[in-house]
Design a protein around this ligand. Structure first.
Ligand code: DC
Length: 218
């Protein structure tokens, strides 16, 4: 199986790039952020604060999380419930960042991610794919962009969906999430030594896709 890892901070364009590249290559696109978002949503649904470590851990044994690929599109199911839309709400982003710092949560999600990569050709995006989840991936990329460019992109994306948010608040949240994600003890956001660095600040989406596709020989 061919495994391609794409890591990087929130809003760098990982999901758009990975989705497009997966389609071109006929690979499955695995969005691992959806898993952490689901654990965050599960906590909130159960009235547990996502930064309440023991509370979040106590829910794990009864958590049934599944990824399904329907016409190549990933859907996430929690206890049989399709929560693919709910996990995109802004509060789910912060909840995901909080629960993702809990080592037990990362451990809980490890096999699920590795099993998909073992059985399929995948482009998997996340924060620790090249460093922890798939250290032997044939291709590794670290896609980044400045915080301002990323906030701008997220702002436009949400606006197109009819969700009004304050740009400065988005920028603050991105900076805070970057800090959380890269300073946690377990599997922090970090470029793998053998990953190719791509800064997309001055690139269009097409240019970022080409930069990645151009490196892959299948
Ligand atoms: O990529 P995203 O915005 O959907 O990710 C949501 C949060 O989950 C983000 O703050 C970091 C965390 N995450 C992680 O720790 N490891 C991953 N492989 C993917 C996401």
């Amino acid at each position: 199986m061919i495994n391609i890892a794409i890591d990087g901070p929130a809003g760098a364009g990982k999901s758009s790039v990975a989705r497009a590249a997966a389609e071109k290559l006929g690979f499955i696109y695995v969005d691992t952020g959806a898993l952490y978002r689901s654990i965050g949503v599960n906590a909130m649904r159960n009235g547990i604060a996502p930064d309440d470590r023991n509370g979040v851990i106590s829910l794990l044994p009864s958590t049934k999380l599944e990824l399904k690929y329907i016409d190549g599109v990933q859907r996430v199911f929690l206890g049989g419930d399709d929560i693919s839309e709910e996990i995109r709400l802004p509060e789910a982003s912060m909840a995901a960042s909080n629960v993702s710092a809990i080592p037990e949560v990362r451990e809980f999600l490890l096999d699920l991610q590795r099993d998909i990569a073992k059985n399929n050709n995948v482009i998997m995006d996340g924060r620790d794919i090249g460093t922890v989840i798939l250290p032997d991936a044939q291709y590794k990329f670290f896609l980044t962009a400045s915080a301002e460019v990323r906030a701008e992109r997220r702002f436009k994306e949400l606006k197109e969906k009819g969700i009004e948010v304050d740009y400065n608040q988005l920028l603050d949240e991105i900076i805070k999430r970057d800090y959380n994600d890269s300073h946690r003890e377990t599997a922090p956001l970090k470029k793998a030594d053998d990953a190719i660095l791509i800064d997309s600040s001055d690139m269009t989406l097409e240019e970022s896709i080409d930069a990645i596709i151009g490196k892959i020989k299948v």
